[in-house]
Design a protein around this ligand. Sequence first.
Ligand code: FAD
Length: 390
Amino acid sequence: MTATDYNAIVLGAGAAGLMCAAVAGQRGRRVLLLDHAEQVGKKILISGGGRCNFTNIHTAPDRYISANPHFAKSALARYTPADFIALVDAYGIAHHEKTLGQLFCDGSAKQIVAMLLEECAKGGVEVRCGQPVRAVKHADGIFSVAFGDRPIRAPNLVIATGGPSIPKMGATGFAYDLARQFGLKIVEPRPALVPLTLGGDDVLFRELSGVATPVEARAGKAAFREAALFTHKGLSGPAILQISSYWRPGDPVTIDFLPAATPGWLIDAKRARPRATLAATLPLPDRLAQTLAERLELAGELGAQTDRRLADAEAQLARWTFRPNGTEGFAKAEVTVGGISTANLSSQTMMAKSVPGLYAVGEAVDVTGWLGGYNFQWAWASGYAAGQAL
Ligand SMILES: Cc1cc2nc3c(=O)[nH]c(=O)nc-3n(C[C@H](O)[C@H](O)[C@H](O)COP(=O)(O)OP(=O)(O)OC[C@H]3O[C@@H](n4cnc5c(N)ncnc54)[C@H](O)[C@@H]3O)c2cc1C
């Protein structure tokens, strides 16, 4: 096989790699798409509980975390949720908005993978799976990839091997190794969209495992109003997963247990029902209300408490401070924050500024979305940007 047999090799047949290969192929490029897994798009298949939350109609650059918050703007503007929805509609894939702009398939995530494979086929993309990529070399403007029985050569190489979250599914840090090989910097990868673990004084809350309630969770300047869930290890649920992407070890997480309450509500409750206890008054699941009342040492009737005490309790319920002792790690993280530094890439094309012909797309790059379809939208948009440039 000579250097002219492919215009581009795309490493990683996940969301970003499939999109990139399909777009480049349909533009007449000869594309080879490689993956070490037996099956393409494994994370797409398990996403959204098997229904794939494939985009979010509220996609905007401020819903992404990156060392450079401006980097994602160009690609997100050139391939929007409406573009992906048009593709899904063209394939007759039924979908619905579940909540907060999150679009899911009515049927199965398999439909999304089948659609992307069909798009690749339309572009004549050759897909080869099930063998490891052993090494990548670069000389005289040609990349040489050791895959299968002989090296494959092309003038363009796209790193689309994702991040290390959920290694059980074949996720690796290969993108980072490859990027480092070519002199690109890595922003420290951290597990994100991941449950937080509790220890120390907070360990009592683990007894509430299974209890969920709507809250406002905060870490630093970030705040999310969604459900939190107590688990046997600590905290989870959408509000906590969202906040985990911003949380740093040692930081507190504050929870407002009653984000819709009006100031002074507890003193008003005392006036209205002085014989009631705090636990009975809190509009929260029983077990949680009991635990909070015990922690606040407010066991008796509200009428027996001073207004000052109740105002303090109200303030504490609005800013309950947890000190997580860690996360459940990459094994349970939906995505990875950090990755290949955007400082090394063109925001227009995703090409490495210092290595012509080398591209990086998707989760491998230091761009991470909120929970709710934002990460797939980044995969589609960055894959499209590179596919247009190849
Ligand atoms: C359980 C779960 C549920 C999720 N649900 C959603 C959701 O509903 N909505 C949403 O927006 N996001 C969701 N995500 C996040 C989303 O899956 C990722 O952001 C997205 O898949 C990233 O796309 P990617 O193409 O960059 O990487 P991936 O989809 O991870 O693809 C990378 C590909 O590279 C291959 N690869 C890895 N290492 C190598 C190697 N060394 N050699 C060759 N190939 C390699 C892998 O096998 C894989 O096929 C979910 C993630 C998880 C784990």
